[in-house]
Ligand binder design. Structure first.
Ligand code: GLU
Length: 481
């Protein structure tokens, strides 16, 4: 293993959005492609919104996507704890270091005072920067404020007139003049540290070498670099992955649950297909037209320096197409296992019933394996096999289930009651009767299909009859006699 150490640091405040999953995947791929260590860490200092249930969802969805980690809140490791609320003593320790070198100052401003400053900046239409009122407080004034019972927040004193430059592994050189940076609060007056501070302390104490995260953090990076500098520690390498766009080139909606990894899984996207699809958003393997790649190939070929900084488009249609490719590559047995929960969820069968007739169930699922792109389509394609009462397409009924077909149906039902129940025997029996009654396939087969399935499209007719089972097939024919 190399000495590279990377971490994924989600806040357990909601489901994983595809955008987060994309960043997380690139982060993981950079670690795995380099033989580095990958760490999961929860940023749970937002006590109102952080929930253990979300931690569980995040862990499950990461595993489902095929990602793993070497250290984390669930498995421990030498640099724990892996939740920020368990690390408050470390933030305190590092705050003391910053105080000792004079890099931070106490700020007693109330939320109202700060709101007034912001409003003033808005009125003047200038970017807000803290006035540094508290930087100028004398020791006496501080003592007086403390005596009033005010607890200070701690701000980093940003140096004046400098330019902070760093090299981003995806975006190249990025510079920020320090004069554009407002002195950030590192620890709030209630003692809870802020993101920019905790992330630096965690990354230092967990010996993180490479930070891969979303482009939303580009503007936080100079602040973090200043904290590293004040602490006398070399910052890690940074890579900021561009946010994904939707097919209209807008932001992907973050409405509750929408476009979450969970919603895609529930729709019947496979983790491995999502892995493959997301890996190709912003990264292109060498060679023409390579789209279906195994996890191993991707790990072997991935390089963060090859990632495109232009935003990639998340196209659900394309993902579904790719998912269909993955579904068709499954064995019939595997496909049936994957489809089973969807069919059960739709209330069409219980798991016990399916397992009790497993060969039949596998056969049934095989009828639609070639046709579906997502597993949630399966129930709608097989429901007529599994329901007692089916819906009939009225137009098809009017067209095919005419008075004239009844004698044929009656005799067919009688014969199907007796025949050996195999596909060839059913076919022979049906074709034999058609010949006797001088019916063309056109005149006979589509009416049978409509009578037993309710619709004009279904898997091959004799397989359909066989899979329906004798009882259902005969009953549905009799219904139209
Ligand atoms: N909790 C932050 C996020 O999910 C972590 C950012 C970072 O990796 O520094 O965006």
């Amino acid at each position: 293993m190399s000495q590279m150490r990377l971490r994924f640091a989600p806040s357990p405040t909601g489901p994983i959005h595809v955008g987060n999953a994309h960043t997380m995947l690139f982060n993981w791929l950079w670690a795995r492609s380099q033989g580095g260590t990958f760490i999961l860490r929860f940023e749970d200092t937002d006590q109102e919104r952080s929930r253990p249930e979300w931690e569980e969802v995040i862990i499950n969805e990461m595993k489902w996507l095929g990602l793993d980690w070497d250290e984390g809140p669930d498995i421990g490791g030498p640099y724990g704890p892996y939740r920020q609320m368990g690390r408050l003593h470390l933030y305190q320790e590092y705050l003391e270091k910053l105080k000792a070198v004079g890099a931070v100052y106490p700020c007693y401003c109330t939320p109202e005072e700060l709101a007034a400053e912001r409003a003033e900046a808005d009125r003047k239409k200038v970017a807000y920067k803290y006035s540094r009122r508290c930087l100028r407080l004398t020791e006496e004034e501080k003592a007086r404020l403390e005596a009033e019972g005010r607890r200070p927040a701690w701000r980093l004193k940003v140096p004046d007139g400098e330019v902070i430059t760093y090299h981003d592994m995806i975006r190249g050189e990025i510079s920020f003049p320090t004069d554009s940076i407002s002195d950030p609060i590192l620890v709030r007056s209630n003692g809870i540290p802020t993101y920019n501070f905790t992330v630096v302390v965690d990354d230092i104490t967990m010996k993180i070498t490479d930070v891969v995260r979303g482009e939303g953090h580009i503007s936080n990076t100079p602040v973090q670099i200043l904290i590293y500098r004040a602490l006398g520690v070399e910052p890690p390498r940074f890579a900021h992955v561009s946010h994904l766009l939707n097919t209209e080139r807008g932001k992907i909606s973050k409405r509750k649950g929408e476009m979450s990894v969970t919603s895609l899984r529930e729709k019947g996207i496979l983790g491995e297909a999502l892995f493959n699809y997301l890996a190709l958003l912003g990264w292109t393997p060498k060679g023409e037209g390579r789209e279906i790649l195994s996890k191993e190939e991707i790990i072997k070929e991935f390089n963060i320096y090859d990632v495109n900084k232009a935003a990639a488009v998340f196209d659900e249609e394309k993902l579904e197409w790719m998912n269909g490719v993955y579904l068709r590559r499954k064995s019939r047995e595997e496909f049936a296992e994957l489809a089973l929960p969807f069919v059960v969820q739709a209330g069409l069968i219980t798991e016990e019933e399916a397992r009790a007739r497993w060969d039949w169930f596998v056969e049934l699922m095989a009828q639609v394996q070639e046709r579906v792109r997502v597993l949630s389509e399966v129930p709608g394609l097989v429901d007529f096999f599994l329901k007692d009462e089916i819906e009939y397409d009225e137009k098809a009924v009017a067209k095919f289930l005419t008075e004239a077909i009844r004698p044929f149906f009656r005799r067919l039902a009688d014969r199907l009651e007796e025949v050996e129940w195999t596909v060839p025997a059913i076919e022979e029996c049906t074709r034999g009767l058609m010949a006797e009654m001088e019916l063309q396939p056109k005149q006979a087969m589509q009416p049978i299909r409509v009578a037993v399935t309710g619709r004009t499209a279904s898997p091959p007719l004799f397989d359909t009859l066989y899979l329906l089972g004798r009882e259902r097939a005969v009953a549905r024919l009799r219904r139209w006699c």
